[in-house]
Design a protein around this ligand. Sequence first.
Ligand SMILES: [Zn+2]
Length: 364
Amino acid sequence: MSDAVIGFALLVALLVTGWTGKLRDWSYLGAHQNYVVAVFLYVLMFSVIAKVLGAPFDFIGFRLEHQYHLSDQKLRSWLWDECKGWLVSLVLGAIMVEIVYAIIRIAPQRWWIIAWAVFVGLFLLMAQLAPVVLLPIFYKFKPLENDGLRERLTRLGELAGTRVRAIYEWKLSEKSKKANAALTGMGSTRRIILSDTLLEHYSDDEIEAILAHELGHHVHRHILKSILVQVGITFFGFWLVNQVLRFVIARNWFPVLNPRLYDFANLPLIVLVVTILSFLLMPALNAISRRHEREADRYAWENISAIAPFISSMQKLADQNLAEREPSKLVEWLFHSHPSIGKRIAAAESWASEHQPVEAQSLT
Ligand SMILES: [Zn+2]
């Protein structure tokens, strides 16, 4: 959250003070007037400034995780992760910005539609590559060795007539004591990942309940649906960026910006529009995500033999991750991608009382 506030302040400051023009001029100087290199230098300087301003807050976050015993990661390892994270975001950010400005230069009128089409391709590519290229930069993975669990997943998958057969053990313990599980990838890279912190502390029945939940995401095609939502939002986003750029430049709100759209000094304005849009859409996106989680939970209840391991796995998750069981309504509505643990357990119990009356009685 503090990152977002700092980012926002930085963007506004760059525009209002005209410093973005200075950064642009230095970039051209450093790049010997080469446009593509200058764009990269601008992104590089921007990214260094943002990281330096955000670093104290990142460090406070690191200290807090230790204070609450959520992590015992060493400082050196954490610093190395921070460097890698910064580099990855620099590379991805630079690629996206270069693409956008290259398209603006080639087609200044229709750039936003072309850029949108290119970004759709990038989303699909990233969804495929994430588990095999992106995640391994930060974590180690290996195929799950527990044959019993693999068999259970295969059986669950067969029931659903689906193909997720790959489960990977996710070495999270080096960085965190929290437990986590996820469905990632697309097509041949589709897989369920289970953190070692989870495998260590949960019974096979509990892990099966979690696997069934992740399989629910797969059966309901939640990754594809999220990408489609992103595709729609990105279309609107690029359209909006184009409108705002033209509006602001026509009225000369920031004299430092050149009327030609390919002047990359307007990058803070583009990022500002994107930031505000994502902030405004966050409650809607989180509502979609919570809906997906409820669907995956329901899928799990329907496909495991008893509801009790699901409920006990939820309780363990809440304890291990220090999750707030009953967050305030507003906080949940704004920021939470998952329903609260309290709600998930209550929903499971009420489902069980309708569908598995004997089981539910034994719980109370
Ligand atoms: Zn989920």
